[in-house]
Write a protein that binds this ligand. Structure first.
Ligand code: GDP
Ligand code: MG
Length: 444
C-alpha cells in the first residue's frame, strides 16, 4: 500500500544527520513510486513531487527537527495542501430549503450517505427531508425509507404502486412539500448505473435543473482507485458538482483516489463515510486524511509537538552539548531538563503510541510510568549543584543523604546515576549520528 511504501522510504531516511540533494532525489523517487502504486493519477504525482522537492531543497535547517523529520513534515504539509487545506463546509441557502443533490455511480453509497448526512444535519438542529429520486431500481425507494426511519428523518417518495414514476417531477414536488412542512434542508437521492451512462447523466442533469441545488455532491467509492478520476470527470462534465464525498474509507483504500479527485477536478472533498452505520460519517479533514495516507502512527503529532515545545535556544543549547565530543558537559541538570521537556510533549504513555517502528524502545518505555519520572525528578532535586554537575562524586554517604531527601531507597539513587551515565553515552553516540535527542528517564 501507499502507506507501507512511504513508511519504508521514511525508515531509510531516519537516522540520517543531514540530507543531501541526492538523498532528496532518491526520496522523491520512492514517494513517486509509492503514489503511483496507490493509483494516484500521474499529473497529480508530478505536481506533488515537484512541490515536495522544491520545499525540501529550500527548507531552512530546523532546530527542533532532524532532516528526516523535516521531510516527513513537508510531505505531510503538501498532502494536506493537495487534499484541499481547510475543511470546506456546506453552503446553506439564504432562503430555505437548502437543496443538496447526491450524484454518483450505483453502489457508490449515495443512499447510505443520504441517511448519514440527514442524521448529521438533524443532530445540528436542522430538519432535513430525504427525497427518493432513484426510481430505477425496484427496491431503491424502500431502501431510502428504511434509511430515513433509522436516521429519524422524514422522507418524500412517490406513492407506492404507481408504476415507474418520474424522478424529475418527484424532485420538483418535494421542494414545495418541504416548504409546507417546514423542512429547511432537502436531500435528493438519485439513481446511478454501474458504469457511466448517458441516459443516467441526463436524468441527473434534469433533476438538477428542476431543483437548482445549492450543493451537488459527487459520491464516490474510495476503493475504486484510478477509475475514480474518470468517473469524477464524467460527472463533472455531465452534471457538474460542488463537492465530493468519499465513501467506504473503512476499507483498505488509503486514499490515492482522494488525492487525484481533489487535484484533477479542483472540487473539495467535503465528507468522508467510513462504514455502514449511520454514525460512520464526518466532515472531511484533509489533515487526518494526510495522516492516514502517511500512516506514520502519531509521528506527525510528535513532530508538531516537538516543534512547539523546543524553544530555539533550548534546542541550540542542547545541540551544542550533544556535539561536545565526550558529552562530558551533559549534566544531571540537563538530564532533568530533558525529562521535563519530554513531559511537556505529553505523558510518557502517550509518547509510546507516537513512535512507529521503534518497537524495542517502545517496549522499554512501556515499563515505566509517570511516577517513575516524578521519582527521578525528586532524586535529582535532592542533589547538590556540585553533584548534579559531576555525578561521579556521589559516594555512599552522599547516596544515603540523597535517598533520605527524596524518600527513596539508596538503590534507586544508585540506579538513577547509572542510568544517567548510560544516557550520556547514548547522547554522545546520537550526537555523532545527529539523531533526535534521546528520551531520558528510560531504563538503561
Ligand atoms: P448507492 O447505490 O449509491 O445508493 O449505494 P448504497 O447507499 O446503496 O450503498 C451500496 C452498498 O455500499 C451498501 O451495501 C452499503 O451498505 C455499502 N456502503 C455504503 N457506504 C459505505 C461505507 O462507508 N462503508 C462500507 N463498508 N460500506 C458502505
Ligand atoms: Mg441508492
Amino acid at each position: 500500500t501507499l502507506s507501507d511504501r512511504l513508511s519504508a522510504t521514511f525508515r531509510n531516511l531516519r537516522g540520517k544527520g543531514r540530507l543531501s540533494e541526492a538523498d532528496i532525489d532518491a526520496t522523491a523517487r520512492e514517494i513517486r513510486i509509492a503514489l503511483l502504486e496507490a493509483d494516484v493519477a500521474l499529473p497529480v504525482v508530478r505536481t506533488f513531487i515537484k512541490n515536495v522537492k522544491e520545499r525540501c531543497l529550500g527548507a531552512e535547517v530546523s532546530r527542533a527537527l532532524n532532516p528526516s523529520q523535516q521531510v516527513i513534515k513537508i510531505v505531510n504539509d503538501e498532502l494536506v495542501q493537495i487534499l484541499g487545506g481547510e475543511t470546506r463546509r456546506l453552503r446553506f441557502a439564504k432562503t430555505p430549503p437548502t437543496v443538496i443533490m447526491l450524484a454518483g455511480l450505483q453502489g457508490a453509497g449515495k443512499t447510505t450517505l443520504a441517511g448519514k448526512l440527514a442524521k448529521w444535519l438533524k443532530d445540528q438542529g436542522h430538519s432535513p427531508l430525504l427525497v427518493a429520486c432513484d426510481l430505477q431500481r425496484p427496491n431503491a425507494v424502500n431502501q431510502l425509507g428504511v434509511v430515513a426511519e433509522r436516521a429519524g428523518v422524514a422522507v418524500y417518495a412517490p406513492e407506492p404502486g404507481n408504476g415507474v414514476g418520474d424522478p424529475v417531477k418527484v424532485a420538483k414536488d418535494s421542494i414545495d412539500y418541504a416548504r409546507t412542512k417546514v423542512h429547511d434542508i432537502v436531500i435528493v437521492d438519485t439513481a446511478g448505473r454501474l458504469g457511466i451512462d448517458q441516459e443516467m447523466m441526463q436524468q441527473a442533469a434534469d433533476i438538477r435543473d428542476a431543483v437548482h441545488p445549492d450543493e451537488i455532491l459527487f459520491v464516490v467509492d474510495a476503493m475504486i482507485g484510478q477509475d475514480a478520476v474518470n468517473t469524477a470527470e464524467a460527472f463533472r462534465d455531465g452534471v457538474g458538482f460542488d463537492g465530493v464525498v468519499l465513501t467506504k474509507l473503512d476499507g483498505d483504500a488509503r486514499g490515492g483516489a482522494a488525492l487525484s479527485i481533489r487535484q484533477i477536478t479542483g472540487k473539495p472533498i467535503m465528507f468522508a463515510s467510513s462504514g455502514e452505520k449511520l454514525d460512520d460519517f464526518d466532515a472531511f479533514h484533509p489533515d487526518r486524511m494526510a495522516s492516514r495516507i502517511l500512516d506514520m502512527g502519531d509521528l506527525l503529532t510528535l513532530i508538531e509537538q516537538a516543534e512547539k515545545t523546543f524553544s530555539q535556544e533550548e534546542a541550540a543549547k542542547m545541540a551544542s552539548k550533544l556535539a561536545s565530543k565526550k558529552g562530558q558537559d551533559f549534566t544531571l541538570d540537563d538530564f532533568l531538563a530533558q525529562m521535563e521537556q519530554v513531559r511537556k510533549m505529553g505523558s510518557i504513555s502517550k509518547l509510546l503510541g507516537m513512535l512507529p517502528g521503534m518497537g524495542q524502545i517502545k517496549e522499554q518505555i512501556q515499563n515505566i510510568d509517570e511516577r517513575d519520572v516524578d521519582r527521578t525528578a525528586a532524586i535529582i532535586k535532592s542533589m547538590t549543584p556540585a553533584e548534579r554537575q559531576d555525578p561521579t562524586i556521589i559516594n555512599g554517604s552522599r547516596r544515603a543523604r540523597i535517598a533520605r531527601g527524596s524518600g527513596v531507597e539508596v538503590s534507586a539513587v544508585k540506579n538513577l546515576v547509572e542510568r544517567f551515565f548510560e544516557a550520556r553515552k547514548m547522547m554522545s553516540r546520537m550526537a555523532q549520528g545527529g539523531g533526535f535527542p534521546g528520551m531520558p528517564g528510560m531504563p538503561g
